[in-house]
Design a protein around this ligand. Structure first.
Ligand code: RIB
Ligand code: CA
Length: 323
């Protein structure tokens, strides 16, 4: 059974990714760790419990992590996911409590206890991961793989023209994570904007009718759907974190990926938060005259969006295995 830690700034798309992992019988979610991002860390923790409760499977331990980014003030996204990060639809707060152990300690302990086995899916700013790497790099070398929703991938950002939210919030942390030598996969925001990747209004309505978990997944994204209407002129849904979780859970959805050298820009310039993805394919000059950097991440270039949607719908509506 695969062993996964989910690190999340739980907003409404994180919630769907959490449902996917908790409802997958081939993985065990060892812990959910929370971080500030979409909302403050306390609210992200409440939302993690809401998502765990909605999954109707089992309750992994939840550990609270960083209140703020490494170097900068927190930036949140209530304008996108709602004031509570979950669409402001009046979701109840489950009667569940976080562990006393800090997220960073929990990550390090679980990795030490399961050397070479733990896969981390990080769905928010990389602050907790960077702190864990800085605290005990030897332990973090025992991580099997990091899957990250972060960067513009091969495209643009969603906060600035070059920076995607998770990197923009804490680019210093993202740099620590990207430059750390463990196998990792980056899923950029471009993936959930591929042709066919959006969930159109008819699909949203169809999914809503497929059962309580499916309904929860759509309902809690109401603010995100409305955000699309405001910025794109149409009610539709993009799901960055579920695409990242999908790449982790269902590798068969990946149709193109490259091992790349990724450089995270942390200078206080308009490039702050950009991840430059070099896949060594450019031929405009003699490459031997340029500095050569070894790849430090696999970057997803395209996925089979229709297979992803099929898998997601099945995961949300299938009878679950409780554990
Ligand atoms: O840019 C999209 C990412 O930022 C997603 O992880 C979303 O939840 C927010 O954290
Ligand atoms: Ca997120």
């Amino acid at each position: 059974m695969r062993k996964i830690i989910i690190d999340t700034d739980t907003g409404s798309d994180d919630a769907v990714a959490i449902l996917m992992a908790l409802r997958d019988p081939s993985v065990q979610v060892l812990a959910v760790t929370t971080v500030c991002g979409n909302v403050n860390m306390e609210q992200a923790t409440v939302n993690a419990f809401r998502s765990i409760d909605a999954a109707q499977t089992y309750v992994p331990p939840v550990h609270k992590g960083a209140y703020r980014p490494l170097m900068r003030d927190a930036v949140t996204a209530e304008n996108v996911h709602g004031r509570d990060g979950m669409g402001d639809i009046g979701l109840p707060v489950p009667d569940m409590l976080p562990e006393k152990e800090h997220a960073v300690e929990a990550i390090l302990r679980l990795v030490r206890e399961n050397p070479g086995e733990v896969e981390i899916v990080t769905l928010g700013p990389a602050t907790n991961l960077a702190l864990a790497i800085m605290k005990d790099p030897e332990a973090m070398k025992l991580v099997k793989h990091i899957y990250s929703m972060g960067s513009g991938g091969y495209g643009m950002g969603n906060v600035t023209s070059v920076a995607e939210f998770n990197v923009f919030v804490d680019a210093e942390a993202y740099k620590v994570m990207v430059e750390f030598a463990v196998p990792k996969t980056l899923v950029g925001i471009d993936i959930c904007w591929l042709p066919g990747a959006f969930f159109e209004e008819e699909e949203i309505e169809a999914i809503r009718s497929e059962g309580p978990v499916s309904k929860f997944a759509m309902d809690c994204n109401e603010a995100l759907i409305e955000y699309s209407r405001r910025v794109r002129g149409r009610r539709k849904l993009d799901l960055p974190d579920p695409y990242a979780m999908g790449v982790a859970l269902w590798p068969e959805i990946v149709t193109e990926a490259h091992d790349c050298y990724c450089y995270v820009c942390t200078d206080q310039t308009p490039a702050y938060g950009q991840v430059i993805v070099d896949h060594h394919k450019f031929q405009a000059v003699d490459k031997s005259k340029l500095p050569r950097h070894a790849p430090n991440a696999r970057v997803i270039k395209s996925v089979d969006t229709s297979l992803f949607k099929q898998r997601l719908r099945a995961a949300l509506k299938t009878e679950t295995v409780t554990g």
